[in-house]
Structures are given as C-alpha cells and as structure tokens.
Ligand binder design. Structure first.
Ligand SMILES: NC(=O)c1ccc[n+]([C@@H]2O[C@H](COP(=O)([O-])OP(=O)(O)OC[C@H]3O[C@@H](n4cnc5c(N)ncnc54)[C@H](OP(=O)(O)O)[C@@H]3O)[C@@H](O)[C@H]2O)c1
Length: 234
C-alpha cells in the first residue's frame, strides 16, 4: 500500500485531497494543527473505510516536522507522496494598505513566505531521504504566483507562491529528469474554500484534479506547473 502525507488536511482543498487519495487506495497521514478537530473528521472518514491517520503538523514548527518524519519512517519505512497543501492568504481583502506592495506591512510578506514557501522547503528537506522508487512531491501553488500572469495586489501571497514555484523548479533540476522522485507545482484555480470564498468559480473536487493526477498517474512529469492535467507557464 502506498503512503501519502497531506499538510493542512483538515479542511478545504487539503481535506478533499485526503479523501481522494484514500479512495485511490493510499494510506493517508492527515497533517493538521488541531488534533481534536482532525480526529472528528478522521472518525467520519474511517466509517467510509478510508485508511487515514492523524499527524500533528504545524508546518512552521521544526519539531513537528521532525516528529512527523520519524513516525512515518518508523511505521512505513518510506513516503510515496508528499502534498504540500497548507497555506495562508494573510492580506485582508478590500484593505488598500494590505494589497499594495508599496504599503503592505513587511511582516505580512514574511509570514506568508514562512508558511507557503519555507514550510514546504523544510518538509521536503526532511522527507526526501525516505522518498524514492516512483515517489511524488506536489506543491500546491497558485496562478497568483505565476510571473507569466503577474498582477498588482496581494504581494505577500503572490511572492510566497512565486518563490514556491522557483523552489519546485530548482529541486526538479537538481534531482534530474529521470529521478525516482518527481516534484511539480499545481494551481488549483479559484476554489470555494475558506480561503477562496463562496464566490469562487470552482468546487474543491475540480480544484484537486491536478494533485490527484500527479499522485496517481503512471509517468508524472518533472518540474512542471500544472493546472488540472495541463502544463501552464511559470
Ligand atoms: N482556494 C483557492 O481559491 C486557492 C487558489 C489557489 C491556491 N490555493 C492554495 O491551496 C492550498 C489550500 O487552500 P484552501 O483554499 O484549501 O485554504 P483554506 O481552506 O484556508 O485551508 C488552509 C489549510 O492550511 C492549513 N494551514 C495554514 N497554516 C498552517 C500551518 N502553519 N501549519 C499547518 N497547516 C496550516 C490550515 O489549517 P488550520 O485549519 O489549522 O488553519 C488549513 O488546513 C493553499 O496552499 C492555497 O494557497 C487555494
């Protein structure tokens, strides 16, 4: 049985990724900060015969990342799929000071980068040594980080995802085209979650298509930016 870890697996896109990977036969570690909330979700998933376990994981805490690695290494010996999904959007919508790069509080930018970029970097640095033999790392990014589509507004979020994309490409280049670990970034599109809001154009089921495809397809690409099953420009 293949093993997957999904960060931020307790709600939104992360929870849908957990469900769909479990439905595809994976044993899934649901990474989350709040154990009580996550255990309630997991007990529901177990009723549907999904093989899901709670993993306490705040991506800002090195001690959580180390403990997560040690537990999966001890229990499974390896990790097949790592989905770096946990993310924050810290700019307040409608607040002109938050949305302008000329005015935004640099603390917002730094905090966005700590969670959205450095969280995945630390997770990958920790888990890469137990990944191989057709393993996949999937970084949940955003079109808002694409240099090709770069617009004004929401600088912390955008820069954190641009940096996540750059990190994905650098790691893919260092691993090489034929490596046993494939790493890619995914844009889910604008989805109806707490982050995306009720007016978003896509459901969570639509949003996770790219992640599930990269986790399950036969010959995944290396170092690409994917929306659904299609490559998009960085
Ligand atoms: N929704 C969209 O339209 C959209 C579009 C493009 C990209 N994305 C990306 O998709 C991913 C998921 O977004 P979403 O829409 O599902 O967001 P969401 O509903 O706001 O959920 C965010 C998830 O990230 C977790 N998280 C935040 N900080 C964390 C930390 N330090 N450690 C561990 N978990 C943490 C949250 O956990 P708590 O419950 O503990 O806060 C929650 O599980 C994000 O990376 C986001 O940038 C979303």
């Amino acid at each position: 049985m293949k093993t997957a870890l999904v960060t931020g697996g307790n709600r939104g896109l992360g929870l849908e990724i957990v469900k769909q990977l479990a439905a595809n036969g994976f044993k899934v570690y649901l990474g989350a900060r709040d154990e009580q909330e996550a255990q309630t979700i997991i007990s529901q998933l177990k009723k549907q015969k999904y093989n899901v376990e709670f993993l306490k994981l705040d991506v800002l805490k090195t001690s959580d990342i180390r403990a997560a690695h040690d537990r999966i290494r001890a229990n499974e010996g390896r990790l097949d799929v790592l989905v770096n999904n946990a993310g924050v959007f810290l700019e307040t919508l409608g607040n002109p000071d938050d949305s302008s790069i000329f005015k935004v509080d640099p603390v917002i930018m730094l905090k966005s980068i700590e969670t959205n970029t450095m969280g995945p970097v630390k997770l990958i640095q920790s888990f890469i040594e137990i990944m191989g033999d057709d393993a996949r790392i999937i970084n949940v990014s955003s079109g808002m980080g694409s240099l090709n589509e770069m617009e004004a507004y929401y600088p912390g979020y955008r820069m954190s995802k641009t940096a996540l994309n750059a990190m994905t490409l650098m790691m893919a280049r260092e691993l090489g085209e034929n490596a046993s670990v494939k790493i890619n970034a995914v844009c889910p599109g604008w989805c109806r979650t707490d982050m995306g809001g009720d007016n978003a154009s896509r459901s969570v089921e639509e949003g996770v298509q790219g992640v599930i495809w990269l986790a399950t397809c036969k010959n995944p690409p290396q170092g690409k930016f994917i929306r659904d099953k299609t490559e998009i420009p960085w």
